[in-house]
Design a protein around this ligand. Structure first.
Ligand code: AGP
Length: 613
């Protein structure tokens, strides 16, 4: 989704801004632009399409400025076009603004500004922002930095919705103003310079020292100093946070695509996520969570709230928590939860799962849970992300940066962490025998090696992809925990191969969807649960009878003649099977997309982190 980069310092900022935008390309966007302050004017270059298009327009020799802002836009209001791209100027070209988020009351504001004589060239919600800044600036009848600051503050008071804004003014050659509400903005500190970005990866190679803007907080940035203000322009101090982050892992390291690299990184990522918490013969270590033993043993229910793949991980977590800890657990789509009326109390634990930690709906759900008095726990892959800063407690997946839009290693790490958390709660609540928990720990510990075995069989999946990539529809079926893996497998296929697919609980098909099965329809059956094996085989037989070709993903010995193909995964405890059974499905989606010559890492219409609701 939209990305912001800014620079103020002593270096020419154009290459820094363009490079920062490239670092954010993985987020998904459809146009890009920059604004540089030069000789008391604002130079803007922007264009529809990739950052490379913009780069070809920008003559670096002409742009010497050391203060600038830049943006990649993911269209919401107004189609992708030159004129709708950011940065946007006010009608007098005095102020330029880049903005992430959505201004919900932009129509009213636009009408107000039009009555005041302002003109608009784009269809965006954003264009009201520089015009409002200009309006409030001129009202003050003075040309000072504090007038600029006051104008931005007054503007924000008129805005409804979400925003991260970076603004510059033609008469303020050494100033940038940053402000945010419900959309992240970080400020990196260098030597006599500051880097500003919506996401740390944009600027990580320049600094590890960051200020994280809080809600309604504003920063006045000059090359050698920075000042922070609240919504009433009251000045305050702010702590600088140092972030340990491996910038190198944001490169492809010889893999053709980030997604493939991230699929292959899963064994190591899971090891990193679980290793420090497991010690055989000792309780699982969650000493980084400071909920008391009493609080956790007296929980009445758990909610897991998330979107997309993170929600699919939550479904797997629910099954394991309910079985091992005997706590009723509900999984909610964050965009529904935030507007629902959940029954929450201090005996409810709400777990918010988010790779990026910046998903707007998940953050809104977290705020609702806090308002209602529930305990909140964030599971995220990004240290310092919004969700981890707002939740009561946070735990991390150590998947490393996930760049491909389609989530793979974050998903398996989320499941691994939820499994560990379930084991931990079970130990505290003494719901399972000590030996059983020890066995499960051992099993979990051995999983990365088993995952490596699956990766070695990638050619089998490449061959299947070669046979099925021209299909238009596919079905994914499973029962119990396998159904949740089916949901994730189907999402992966849709996301990157644009191939329509549906996931169903295997027993549900005959209540309607089986009407869609015809001669040659491809069905993927997931069969890892011993107790449900014969039931799922019967359901698969029903579709085979109606002409479907079934590919089975299983730990069991299945009759080969019944299926088109049987892909065997190593055996593990049925609780943990999703960590293995998803891998062939990830690879299958990847190879189907490759067969179709698609951009695997940046699928159309999608954004890596969805920062608008
Ligand atoms: C996963 O492949 C998707 N791109 C998407 O569903 C993603 O999982 C979802 O948007 C949630 O993101 P988050 O984990 O960063 O909150």
């Amino acid at each position: 989704m939209c990305g912001i980069v800014g620079y103020i310092g002593e270096k020419r900022c154009t290459p820094i801004l363009l490079h920062g935008l490239k670092n954010l390309e993985y987020r998904g966007y459809d146009s890009a632009g920059i604004a540089i302050l030069e000789n008391h004017s604002i130079q803007i270059q922007k264009e529809k399409g990739r950052v490379a298009n913009l780069e070809s327009l920008v003559n670096p020799l002409c742009l010497q400025g050391t203060v600038g802002i830049a943006h990649t836009r993911w269209a919401t209001h107004g189609k992708p076009s030159h004129v709708n791209s950011h940065p946007h100027l006010d009608s007098d070209s005095c102020f330029a603004v880049v903005h992430n988020g959505i201004i919900e009351n932009y129509k009213v504001l636009r009408e107000f500004l039009e009555e005041e004589g302002y003109t608009f060239s784009s269809k965006t919600d954003t264009e009201v922002i520089p015009n409002l800044i200009h309006y409030y600036y001129t009202l003050q009848k003075e040309t000072s930095i504090s007038a600029f600051l006051q104008a931005v503050s007054s503007t924000c008071q008129r805005l409804e919705g979400s925003y991260a804004i970076l603004a510059i003014g033609k008469d303020f050659p050494g100033i940038e103003i940053a402000v945010k509400k419900d959309s992240p903005l970080v400020i990196g500190k260098g030597n006599k310079e500051f880097y500003i970005a919506s996401d740390m990866p944009a600027i990580l190679e320049y600094t590890r020292d960051f200020y994280f803007l809080e809600e309604n907080e504003m920063a006045l940035i000059e090359k050698e100093r920075i000042a922070f203000f609240d919504a009433n322009l009251k000045k305050h101090e702010k702590l600088l946070t140092s972030i340990p982050f491996d910038a190198l892992s944001s490169t492809k390291r010889g893999y053709e695509d980030f997604m493939l690299k991230e699929i292959y990184e899963q064994p190591e990522a899971i090891r990193r996520t679980i290793a420090n918490r497991i010690q055989f013969g000792k309780p699982i270590d969650f000493s980084d969570i400071s909920f008391s033993k009493k609080e956790l043993t007296h929980l009445h229910q758990i909610y897991i709230v998330a979107c997309g793949t993170a929600m699919h991980a939550g479904f797997v977590g629910k099954q394991i928590i309910e079985k091992l800890c005997h706590i009723p657990t509900h999984v909610e789509i964050a965009s529904e939860f935030r507007y629902g009326s959940p029954f929450l109390s201090s005996h409810t634990l709400c777990i918010f799962v988010s790779q990026s930690g910046e998903t707007a709906d998940t953050i809104a759900g977290l705020r609702l849970a806090k308002e209602k008095g529930a305990k909140t726990l964030a599971i995220s892959n990004v240290i310092g992300s919004s969700i981890t800063r707002e939740a009561d407690q946070s735990i991390y997946t150590y998947a490393g940066p996930e760049i491909a839009v389609a989530s793979t290693k974050a998903y398996t790490c989320q499941i691994a962490l939820l499994c560990l958390f379930a084991l931990y709660l079970s130990e505290l609540r003494k719901t399972e025998k000590v030996e059983q928990i020890e066995d499960l720990k051992r099993e979990l510990f051995e999983l990365p090696e088993k995952l490596e075995e699956i990766l070695q069989k990638h050619e089998l999946l490449q061959n299947i992809a070669n046979q099925v990539y021209q299909e238009t529809d596919m079905f994914f079926l499973g029962r119990g925990i396998d159904y949740y893996v089916a949901l994730e497998g189907s999402l992966k296929l849709k996301e990157i191969s644009y191939l329509h697919s549906e996931a169903y609980p295997a027993g549900e098909l005959k209540h309607g969807p089986i009407a869609l099965i015809e001669e040659g329809t491809i069905v993927i059956g997931i069969l890892t649960q011993d107790a449900l094996l014969s039931k799922t085989i019967s359901n698969l037989q029903e579709v085979i009878t109606r002409g479907a070709k079934v590919i089975a993903i299983t730990m069991a010995e299945l009759p080969q003649d019944l299926f088109e193909f049987v892909f065997k995964i190593p055996t593990t405890n049925s609780y943990f099977s999703p960590l293995l059974s998803i891998v062939p499905l990830q690879l299958l989606s990847y190879y189907v997309a490759k067969e179709k010559n698609l951009d695997v890492d940046k699928p159309r219409n999608l954004a890596k982190s969805v920062t608008v609701e």
